[in-house]
Design a binder for this molecule. Sequence first.
Ligand code: APR
Ligand code: PHB
Length: 394
Amino acid sequence: MRTTVGIIGAGPAGLLLARLLHNAGIASVVLERRNRTYVEHRQRAGILEQATVDALRAAGAGERMDREGMPHHGIELRFGRRTHRVDFPSLTGARGVMVYAQTEVVKDLIALQLAEGGPLLFGTEVTAVEGADSDSPTIRYLHEGREQTLACDFVVGCDGFHGVSRHAVPTSARTTYERSYPYSWLGILAEAAPVYEELIYAHSARGFALASMRSASVSRLYLQVPNGTDPEEWHDERIWDELDARFATDTDPGWKLERGPVTSKAVLPMRSRVTEPMRHGRVFLAGDAAHIVPPTGAKGLNLAAADVIVLARALIAWRRTGSAELLDTYSDTCLRRVWRAEHFSYFMTTTLHADPAQSAFETRLQLSQLERVVTSRHAAAELAENYTGLPLPH
Ligand code: APR
Ligand code: PHB
């Protein structure tokens, strides 16, 4: 088989790239290791930055998002038993975010790809990418038990944290920057109305908690837990009691988390990682294949979208003019914005979580920083601009 752009991975990065290329008349093939049901039900974050919302609409993939997604204009920061609102439009010049789960974005893009786009092969495991330095890199993959090859003009590795495409960049040309965190998140879905109309990020001596949502009747909630926690240690009542304690819902008699059946429960590790550069020869990396953020700032999906928007533009320019200029600047262009999001995610994570080794002094610094965010317009604007997403590069 032969194509113009071989895309490894059908997460948000691979699927959006395939859509953007299809709309510009550029052929691609998407190879995905898992089956469709698995990919469509993998629980991930659910906050879309303004630029991601705009890109999905422009790509013709925004119809259900606009119908079912929930536009949000701020978040609540809860600490010291009080809630403080950060208002996005007044701080950022009318920007906001959309609460619409990654699972739904993925379902919408898969349906479009299967109806109108090029081949999207599930159950297809890529084993190697060869010839990155040549004019025709090749993807080796296993499909229905047989090894096959896909010859391409370009290969894009959108194969996430556990992918293989990163290894197409020789070790001598690749640098990885990493940080781990001494805590994880226990994430649950519950059939219970959200406690409040906006997301609540809570700092407490017992650890971090986050109240998010999937709809008017389904809550998505997170608790900081020690690394290595078995989700089975957390039975439903224990989860609800701990959420009540961390949100300090006893401060107001009318304010209580509605309890309901917990339908999914999983422990998610937290890490930061960037691999540089995001390109070697004709192989490009995008999304989690190149960089990971801890989920506290909800940046993972948005960074993946930004990468492929920049890359699609570069491939379209190459096709129309023959110029490789934008392909040559792809990695640097993306990495500037990636590092800003890495810093923001690190800031949100370390300011809101209780590190088991932290001193009382460090806890006071966290509280002082949070106080600063909610009392200084400049500090609040810094958070709001990063949360709603910095503008995409021109
Ligand atoms: N062959 C084929 N497919 C592969 C291979 C392989 N060897 N390795 C991984 N994949 C697939 C995975 O099964 C997955 O569907 O690549 C896809 C990568 O998708 P994501 O992990 O969703 O990564 P990405 O598209 O970059 O999206 C980033 O996902 O992890 C979240 O928080 C992150 O929201 C962000 C988003
Ligand atoms: C989610 O809704 O899953 C979510 C929201 C905000 C975050 C992380 C996850 O910061």
